[in-house]
Design a protein around this ligand. Structure first.
Ligand code: NAI
Length: 647
């Protein structure tokens, strides 16, 4: 091996046979991000390869954390004009075109995350190898930030995997693992870590022609583009409106009409880079990205807290799914309920979750082995974290915690999943009330990213910090909240659902109300949501959080008649095979959505003013990740500030 050429972030290393390695290990940073400096150095590295042409060049990461996490989002967030956006896109577009045109063979060895500009770099190489281990994920997630993969992704991905599969990835931003990437042709090989360097060396020097599309796929990516674009457009229209989410429409136009070159779209078009960068959606989605990063940053203050064993009491809707999620996250879990019969359905649900999420029979089997039915609660003695998710009854919870405290390890973290009781009232039952935190998950646990971490006045700061760290450990987003009725998310959601149900009382069809919310960009209409949550729960929460004279009438009648929504087969809608049976919606009265939003916006502002969350940004993060509140708005507080006349 020859002496390597060291740059600040890259190293160019040459083997004796002439194969060179471009190793990215960004200085003073935990992840490889393509900052302006990293890109400028890559250009210098290519100059160096022009001076002394290697036999082949292999890109790999010098970090354990992953390959390349994409462009520098902070730099994107600072873009303040169309011209600045053009300059940033041109930098990567030109550089990757240069890489794609070099005279020697190139290969990207992808291990760990490979996102956005990282994927585009890999696509500009002749070959790609993905390392077959769970952290390897490949994606072009730009659309989620309201931007486009402008460094060649829209040009090259369709050439590798075909137009339809490429558009599916680019328009959804979803990630794929190493095996899937190989199956669809995004990478040439998928190999275990121990052979990766050799595999890369052999493939890049093999002389093997790079993968080519079939004749038919070439037609779909060429003269028949229009057909694929029309099909994709239909799907995009179903998911997002152009006025809320312009980026997917821009991607389709750039691919179908400009060869995937974002720079070629005329400035005045609504699909141009200039229009995208000027759109409030892009700013708001970048804001949501940073809010998410802020939540991810919580829980880092505690050292020496790495729970291995979680004990969950209550194997119902929530406890069962919390236990499954913890086992999926690699923890040993004991699951307690009154008898084995009550635990069995939770284990069966967990098995389905493991199969779906792990897509590997052995891994699913191991996860199931980690989830142990424990009808007598023996796990309490060994557990590092104990989560209570039994019925919502104060006396039952107090009794349970008094017993748990006697048997648990003194350093074990105690947590309740209560959604409506005061944490301080439950903590009264403990000798050391400071040990109890709220860890409030949302339903369905596997799908909802947010978990509220509740601290009462009695909760010690160490307990609160440990609870937050635990939530991060299981890869959820922790939101610290105070012990106030409904915490943040339910307190905001309840008045909104309530107002929607009052609209039904006034004779507006549920379909129309739901259509108004969907048109605004909510993931589900409020009436369908109430039916899904369960009308008994909606009634109980509404009674706690909404004034008595504002209670909806029909809701009470439905619950009295035993119509509890999705779970009973009838609520505001009739439910068949898990689907609400809706008639066509009709015309949405003007001002309906503003009416529905008003109590939600007011409740959010009230909670911020009352200090339930630390600041308005955290309220926005909580409501977006806890309810799915239309992300393009940047959250209710941001929306309120941008639309001051709506209240
Ligand atoms: P559930 O009724 O589905 O399950 C409760 C389970 O606890 C039952 O299986 C019951 O047998 C068991 N249980 C009752 N007393 C017990 C005891 N002393 N020891 C062991 N097991 C016992 O209830 P769900 O919906 O799962 O709610 C549980 C908790 O989670 C409640 O505090 C609720 O407020 C909270 N929560 C519920 C949400 C939901 O959407 N259902 C969302 C977030 C929190």
């Amino acid at each position: 091996m020859n002496t390597p050429t060291n740059f600040a972030h890259w190293t160019l290393q040459r083997d004796v046979d002439g194969t060179a390695w471009a190793i990215l290990d960004r200085q003073n940073a935990s992840t490889n991000v393509l900052t302006a400096e990293v890109m400028a150095e890559l250009a210098t590295l290519l100059d160096e390869c022009d001076r002394q042409v290697p036999k082949a060049l292999i890109f790999k990461s010098g970090k354990a954390a992953g390959f390349i996490a994409g462009a520098d989002i902070e730099e994107l967030a600072r873009l303040d004009s169309g011209a600045a956006a053009h300059a940033l896109i041109k930098r990567g577009w030109d550089l990757y075109n240069r890489l794609a045109a070099v005279s020697y063979p190139t290969l990207a060895l992808i291990r760990g995350h490979c996102l956005g500009g990282g994927t585009e770099l890999a696509l500009a190489c002749c070959y790609r190898i993905a390392v077959d281990e769970p952290p390897t994920k490949i994606a072009l997630p730009e659309v989620m930030l309201g931007i486009v993969p402008g460094w060649g992704g829209m040009l090259r991905l369709p050439q590798k995997v075909g137009a339809a599969a490429a558009l599916d990835l680019i328009l959804t931003g979803k990630s794929i693992d190493a095996r899937r990437a190989q199956k669809m042709g995004l990478v040439d090989a998928c190999v275990p870590p121990r052979v990766m360097d050799n595999a890369a060396r052999m493939l890049v020097n093999s002389g093997q022609p790079p993968r080519a599309l079939s004749f038919f796929q070439r037609l779909l990516n060429g003269p028949l583009k229009g057909i694929v674009a029309a099909q994709a457009r239909k799907q995009v229209t179903r998911r997002a409106r152009p006025e809320h989410y312009p980026a997917p429409y821009a991607i389709l136009d750039m691919w179908a009409n400009y060869g995937g070159n974002a720079l070629a779209v005329p400035t005045e078009k609504p699909t141009s880079l200039d229009a995208l960068i000027a759109s409030p959606t892009t700013k708001n989605l970048l804001r949501v990205f940073f809010l998410q990063e802020r939540l991810k940053g919580f829980g880092k203050e505690v050292q020496q807290f790495s729970p291995r064993h979680v004990h969950v009491v209550g194997a119902g809707v929530m406890g069962g799914d919390i236990a499954a999620w913890c086992a999926l996250s690699g923890l040993t879990v004991t699951l307690q309920d009154q008898n084995v019969e009550r635990i069995a359905p939770a284990i069966a649900r967990a098995a389905l979750l493991f199969e779906k999420k792990l897509r590997d029979k052995t891994a699913a089997h191991f996860a199931l082995d980690r989830l142990i039915a424990d009808p007598h609660g023996d796990g309490v003695r060994q557990a590092d974290v104990i989560i209570e998710a039994i019925v919502e009854n104060l006396e039952a919870k107090k009794k349970l915690f008094a017993d748990i405290e006697r048997r648990a390890k003194p350093e074990a973290l105690l947590a309740s999943n209560t959604s409506s009781l005061r944490l301080a009232d439950i903590a009264c039952a403990l000798q050391q009330p400071g040990r109890l935190a709220g860890i409030h998950f949302f339903n369905p646990v596997a799908q909802m990213p947010l978990v509220e971490v509740v601290a009462s006045d009695a909760t010690s700061s160490l307990t609160a910090q440990q609870a937050t760290a635990f939530v991060r450990q299981i890869d959820k987003l922790p939101l610290p909240v105070k012990d106030a009725p409904g915490f943040l998310v339910n307190a905001v959601l309840a008045p909104y659902l309530n107002e929607a149900m009052r609209c039904v009382d006034e004779g507006i069809a549920p379909e129309i109300i739901d259509a108004a919310a969907l048109a605004f960009g909510m993931p589900m209409g409020p009436i369908e949501l109430a039916d899904t949550v369960g009308l008994d729960i909606a009634l109980a929460v509404g009674r706690q959080l909404v004034a008595a004279d504002m209670q909806p009438k029909r809701l009470g009648e439905l619950v009295a008649a035993g119509h509890l929504g999705k779970k009973s087969g009838q609520g505001f809608y009739v439910w068949v095979a898990g689907k609400a049976q809706k008639t066509s919606a009709g015309i949405i009265p003007s001002g309906l959505m503003q009416r529905l939003l008003k109590p939600l916006l007011a409740a959010t502002a009230e909670r911020v003013a009352a200090g339930v969350v630390k600041d308005a940004d955290l309220a926005d993060a909580g409501v977006i990740f806890g309810t799915g509140f239309a992300p393009y708005t940047g959250g209710p507080m941001n929306y309120r500030a941008q639309h001051p006349n709506q209240e």
